[in-house]
Design a protein around this ligand. Structure first.
Ligand SMILES: *Cc1c(COP(=O)(O)O)cnc(C)c1O
Length: 394
């Protein structure tokens, strides 16, 4: 049975977001008439160059930095790789990296690869988190050493929405002359960012988590921070990122940053209220359901809930029949039943980690959608539990 209008209720905005209509509108001319190369000498290309310049200014205004500190990349993953490898190449005698156990694979797998591919010439400290997903600052302070080249800590976690104290962590790294990178892909557009006041050296963003298209990212590099490009080639981005600019997407991302700035208040009021209504409703009506992640130190749009004794995959399939889109915390993609590394790092018990669902909202969600989800979820979970051999009963 599907909902009548066959509509989609999209609660998977930490996976990707819809392109805002205003963003598409800003992009269209650069996919049609204005196809010049921004590096060309003629006016036809030059006007495209002006659009790229304007987009760079919009991104800079959004994160509180100077336009020449903004480098356009192909995605958040490229920004993460570029920042960390740049810091290592700028500091070849230092051989230690600090990160956390809850990073996105873009940072986690990169750091693991750096250790293994260099025959463990590099040492990686992955900071623990507690059951609420927060790190221990004492462990961090102990880990910082004269051998540390770079610290990379995500601003907000994609699975739980938990916000980490990167401002303070960056300050502590800076005092010791250590470079600090943050993956702010999930933070951007959900909490305010003003880099002028902070000790952060490198910051990553991604367009498609912010209502811009997929395949465009930003790397912020603070003026004066050493920088070694990831891609060699042409002189684009002042020699810092070769490859002809993805003009339409750059223009779209600029517009998306403007919109995100305008909607930051709504994100933290109306969207947050919808998230809380969803979360409170689910936790109250469904027995043996638990919130994963710190209740307060959290993005306004995200909630991650475990429904004990059911499989996340099965829940998603049943939700899908009603047009409801969300994510689960067990790694379906790999075909294994390993619960997510984030929930494991938090020590979420097996029976709960398997039945975890991440709901992530956006400004496009409505109260009617949330009510529909609240109506359907209890029956989905109850039906699945009836079929579960492990369910001990209400
Ligand atoms: C989505 C995401 C990325 C990767 O961004 P892409 O643009 O898809 O490469 C990196 N970090 C976090 C926290 C993310 O949520």
């Amino acid at each position: 049975m599907t909902n009548q209008a066959n509509r989609v209720i999209y609660l998977d905005n930490n996976a990707t977001t819809r392109v805002a209509p205003e963003v598409l509108e800003a992009m269209l001319p650069y996919l049609t008439d204005l196809y010049g190369n921004p590096s060309s000498m003629h006016t036809f290309g030059g006007q495209v160059g002006s659009a790229v310049r304007e987009a760079r200014e919009r991104v800079a205004r959004f994160i509180g930095c100077e336009p020449d500190e903004v480098i356009f990349t192909s995605c958040g993953t490229e920004s993460d790789s570029t920042a960390i490898l740049s810091a290592l190449r700028a500091n070849p005698e230092r051989r230690h990296i600090i990160t956390t156990r809850i990073e996105h694979p873009a940072v986690k797998n990169l750091c693991e690869n750096i250790a293994t591919l260099t025959g463990h010439k590099y040492r990686v400290t992955m900071l623990k988190v507690n059951e609420e997903g927060l790190i221990d600052m004492d462990e961090y302070l102990d880990a910082l050493s004269e051998d540390t080249a770079v610290v990379s800590v995500m601003w907000a976690n994609n699975e739980t929405g938990v916000i980490l104290p990167v401002e303070e962590m960056a300050r502590l790294a800076k005092e010791r002359g250590i470079f600090f990178h943050t993956d702010a892909v999930q933070a951007a557009g959900k909490i305010p960012i003003n880099l002028r006041e902070l000790a952060i050296d490198y910051l990553s963003m991604s367009g498609h988590k912010l209502h811009a298209p997929k395949g465009i990212g930003v790397l912020y590099v603070r003026r004066g921070t050493p920088y070694v490009p990831f891609l060699a080639g042409g002189h684009q981005e002042h020699g810092r990122r070769a490859g002809t600019e993805n003009v339409a997407s750059i223009v779209g991302l600029g517009r998306a940053c403007q919109l995100a700035d305008e909607k930051l208040v709504e994100e933290n009021s109306r969207v947050k209220a919808l998230r809380d209504r969803l979360e409170d409703g689910l936790l109250q009506t469904i027995p043996r359901s638990l919130l994963n992640g710190h209740r307060i130190e959290r993005l306004p749009n995200t909630c991650n809930i475990s429904f004990e004794y059911v499989e996340g995959e099965s829940i998603l399939l049943h939700m899908n029949r009603h047009g409801i889109c969300a994510s689960s915390g067990s790694a379906c993609t790999s075909g294994s039943l390993e619960p997510s590394h984030v929930l494991r790092a938090m020590g979420v018990p097996f029976t709960a980690a398997h039945g975890s669902i991440r709901f992530s909202l956006s400004v496009y969600n409505t109260a009617e959608e949330i009510d529909f989800v609240l109506e359907k979820m209890p029956e989905i979970i109850a039906r699945l539990r009836q079929m579960s051999p492990f369910w001990p009963g209400d």
